[in-house]
Write a protein that binds this ligand. Structure first.
Ligand code: UD1
Ligand code: UDP
Length: 363
């Protein structure tokens, strides 16, 4: 039996192709939701739109400090694993849910009566090489306690080998986000019309997302980024559409930052967001998933961070890592607006979910 552990927006989206593949193969599996994300628009909307069955377990851990959240997930996952005794726990990405889920499973030996639960890490081997990011700590630790490392690309595999992880454990599968985009883009385009609904036109707006702790929780950084976006809006006379993550929404209010020149909207469902993203002139973001998706959708991207764990997007010419200084963000936007959109998607063929299920079955 497989336990699929997930807890946040990107995990639900990127695990959905694995869940679909498990269902198609008639696998014995259950979904354990940690409840790290819980607001309707960060959680349930994705289960509804992606037609994922209701999780069999929900720990409802909610928000808190890193230690509180990670600790609560660790204890909750351990309890469920002890009751259910799956053979494999699958986690995806780099959140606190991933670290705690993988850690609980990897220490399950004694509690599960001498039988070790195996850990599979989907999207293994990504590295920003910036240990100040909580996500970098989570992904490094999760990789080192995993038994199956599903690396999306050769670059990710190389990082794992460089850290001494045995090559027998590593499988290059592609990134499940390609599956998710391909499985949902047609539906997104036919079912929803977010672009027109917002009064926008194709290639006639900028799309922004921001939520990294290091950007959202720092007043100087967040105000600087918003001022750069305001300048870009005026310079090109095009709207800047910003579906705001709840962390960022809270910090914009706390810091009293003026966002009146950009168009802030609540977070969108995946189908709505995918459609908005696919028709944007340019994406400006600090999101991991948005860097990948814009690359897949042939939309140029400016990454508002000091580093990226998605260097494949930069290498193919789809993305510039601008840093967080306003002048550099503005210059990077100018440069990416001139980019030829002819790069190739470096993240695989859209069959990562099926491949992951097949590997788990054959081992
Ligand atoms: C988390 C992940 C991050 C991932 C992101 C995806 C960690 C360390 N961070 O960041 O890697 O990129 O999810 O979106 O695991 N909140 C709500 N409703 C929700 C969830 C959060 O209002 O459903 C608000 C709360 O005020 C909360 C804050 O957002 O304190 C931050 O939530 P949290 O889960 O701690 O981190 P994210 O920023 O969402
Ligand atoms: N996303 C969404 N609605 C939004 C913003 C983003 O559905 O309003 C999706 C987006 O398509 C991508 C994922 O959320 O698949 C990225 O999640 P996020 O940026 O929160 O986390 P990260 O990828 O940085 O871990």
């Amino acid at each position: 039996m497989i336990a699929i552990v997930l807890g946040t927006r990107p995990e639900i989206i990127k695990m959905s192709p694995v869940i679909r593949a498990c269902e198609a193969r008639g696998e014995d599996f259950f979904i354990l939701h940690t409840g790290q994300h819980y607001s309707y628009e960060m959680d349930r909307v994705f289960f509804e739109e992606l037609q994922i069955r209701k999780p069999e377990y929900n720990l409802d851990v909610g928000s808190g400090t890193h230690a509180m959240q990670t600790g609560a997930i660790l204890a909750g996952v351990e309890k469920v694993l002890h009751e259910t005794r799956p053979e494999i726990v699958l986690v995806q990405g780099d959140t606190n849910t991933v670290l705690a889920g993988a850690l609980a499973a990897s220490k399950s030996y004694v509690r599960s009566g001498g039988k070790q639960i195996q850990v599979g890490h989907v999207e293994a081997g990504l590295r920003s090489f910036d240990r100040r990011m909580p996500e970098e700590i989570n992904r490094v630790l999760a990789d080192h306690i995993s038994d199956y490392l599903f690396a999306p690309t050769k670059t990710a595999r190389r990082h794992l080998l460089n850290e001494g992880i045995s090559k027998e454990k590593i499988f290059i599968t592609g990134n499940t986000i390609v599956d998710a985009v391909r499985q949902n883009l047609v539906l997104a385009k036919s079912k929803v019309d977010t672009v027109r609904h917002l009064g926008l036109g194709k290639d006639a707006y900028f799309l922004v997302t921001l939520h990294r702790q290091e950007n959202a929780d720092n007043k100087a950084r967040l105000s600087g980024i918003i001022s750069a976006l305001t300048t870009i809006r005026k310079k090109y006379d095009l709207p800047v559409i910003f579906p705001v993550h709840p962390r960022t929404e809270k910090m914009i209010r706390t810091f009293g930052i003026d966002t009146s020149d950009i168009r802030t909207i609540p977070p969108l469902g995946f189908l709505e967001f995918l459609q908005l993203e696919s028709e944007a002139r340019l994406a400006l973001t600090d999101s991991g998933g948005v860097q990948e998706e814009s690359c897949i959708l042939s939309v140029p991207c400016v990454t508002i961070r000091d580093s990226t764990e998605r260097p494949e997007t930069v290498k193919v010419g789809a993305n510039i890592v601008a840093g967080i200084e306003p002048d550099r963000i503005i210059a990077a936007a100018a440069s990416m607006l001139d980019a030829k959109r002819s790069w190739k998607n470096p993240f695989g063929d859209g069959h990562a979910g099926e491949r992951i299920c097949e590997i788990l079955n054959s081992c």
